[in-house]
Write a protein that binds this ligand. Sequence first.
Ligand code: CIZ
Ligand code: SF4
Length: 319
Amino acid sequence: VLDNRELRDEIKSLLIEKDAVLVAHYYTEDAIQELAEETGGIIADSLEMARFGAEHSAKTLVVAGVKFMGETSKILSPEKTVLMPTLEATCSLDIGCPEDEFSAFCDANPDRTVVVYANTSAAVKARADWVVTSAIALDVVQFLSDRGEKIIWAPDQHLGRYVQAQTGADMLLWDGACIVHEEFKAKGISDLKTIYPDAAVLVHPESPESVTQIADVVGSTSQLLNASKQMPNDTFIVATDRGIFYKMKQASPNKRFVEAPTAGSGATCRSCAHCPWMALNSLELLRNALRDSSGEIFVDEKVRVGALKPLHRMLDFNK
Ligand code: CIZ
Ligand code: SF4
């Protein structure tokens, strides 16, 4: 990526000047992922973003992603300044699970262990017993189910249904959804398979059941990335945000990556599956955040302490 050179150079200088490190999600634009790579930051899923930020020695974390990722960083690293290119970048799962309604739901089912997806507000996490990401949801729920625990799962119903089907756990599901993954269509993917019969189908479990059912691999972003490296196929149909193609193509330059179709997009979709909130992260806003210390994340201390416990359970479980 050759454009925006000045902006990129400015960001690089600011990162050094402010003792800051760039923590970027796989779904951010290529130029941001590239910068993270070039400056000793990380490109990761939300689990590894959280871990990296907490373990890094920088005074400031610049989190390019959506708000819950910045909040998680702040919860784990209260002594650090956490900046985001924009505080407008949220998530339909977070929006769809307000703390007051969720608390009432938990209160109504007191015999259940509360497991929430990382894509939630700090206040919802503070109400939970466990936080999980899609990378470890199956393992944690299996562990709890084996101990005989019944579960409240929130907010993603598709991921919840998938975990339930795989583990047989007793799960009561919140009815949230990701507006990006929910749009993938099984029909569109099987049509694509007629064009690329040898393609492997990689699907993120926030997708509907009809789509996970025709997948060769169902997994988190990091798991899908690994599958794309390890599987011998030369073509992959990928049902997750197109931001992931940056790392997939970099790791396997000779393989072909095809976007899974979403509603109304037909079989030649080029730019449909992209999170509108992730897309708000731009080089310019990233520069502004560093230059002006704008987009700072604050989490109420009582909420932070409440959210820390289930977050630590996740990080310790996954060690
Ligand atoms: O869809 C998302 O927002 C994902 C995949 C988050 C994550 O866990 O990295
Ligand atoms: Fe939320 Fe979906 Fe965007 Fe991820 S891709 S941040 S789950 S809306």
